[in-house]
Design a protein around this ligand. Sequence first.
Ligand code: 0L1
Ligand code: MG
Length: 262
Amino acid sequence: MTLTSGVDLEIVDYLYSAEKERREVVKVTDQYPELTIDEAYLIQEKLIQRREKDGARRIGLKLGLTSKAKQEMMGVHEAIYGYLTDDMLALEWEPLDYNKFIHPKAEPEIAFMIAEDLQGTNITAEDVLRVTKYVAPAIEIIDSRYLNFKFTLPDVVADNCSSSSFFIGSKWMSPRVLNLADIGMVMSKNGQVSQTSSSAAVLGHPATSVAWAVNKLGEAGKGIKKGDIILSGAISEAISFEPKDSILVQFAELGSVSFSCK
Ligand code: 0L1
Ligand code: MG
């Protein structure tokens, strides 16, 4: 479709107010079935600009649909990216307020701490590792604004890829001392193992996933910056949780990260 400036801002309002008022809404493509992925990224950018106007600060990126299983489920061949803002950073030692969310799910991630600007369209996993000072265990809380987490690719991109909150664990390690291609992970809820997987589930290597995002940004003349935090993509399926639940993610070598809900 041809996205007019009135329509993009209308969609931004629609998604932003759903988030602030914590209510599910029908997906954007029910009203605009011809919305393209490129247009959805333009809407996402305006949504982030709106958050910035309200005081939020961009602090990095998150990748989504980075497992072959999830891409096949959605019938796509590409990952997606969204932005992280400072108000999404949750602290491990503080209980997570469940009332802030609509229908949250938790997923295990590896966070990359970026030490140098990086931009281009031929960026490799090696380039990403070169500019990565540390990696750390992370949990992302995704909270799609759409009814029952049901959406098409343009819908989820416009909704900043369901971004909502994230935790970073306290053990930060240089990627050079780890075999990042295959780090085992166990995610438990209330002491019961819920998911097991390996970092290989993220496009074969989490740095490949980050390189994909840098190349995608590069096509739009953008890049990643020194100081950015990048969540490289879910290592397993996301799991739902309820008030009072506790989630623990343990990685081989890389340590653990957890939260409890109030
Ligand atoms: O971070 C993610 O992997 C989520 C991307 C969007 C898809 C979803 O909400 O499940
Ligand atoms: Mg994620």
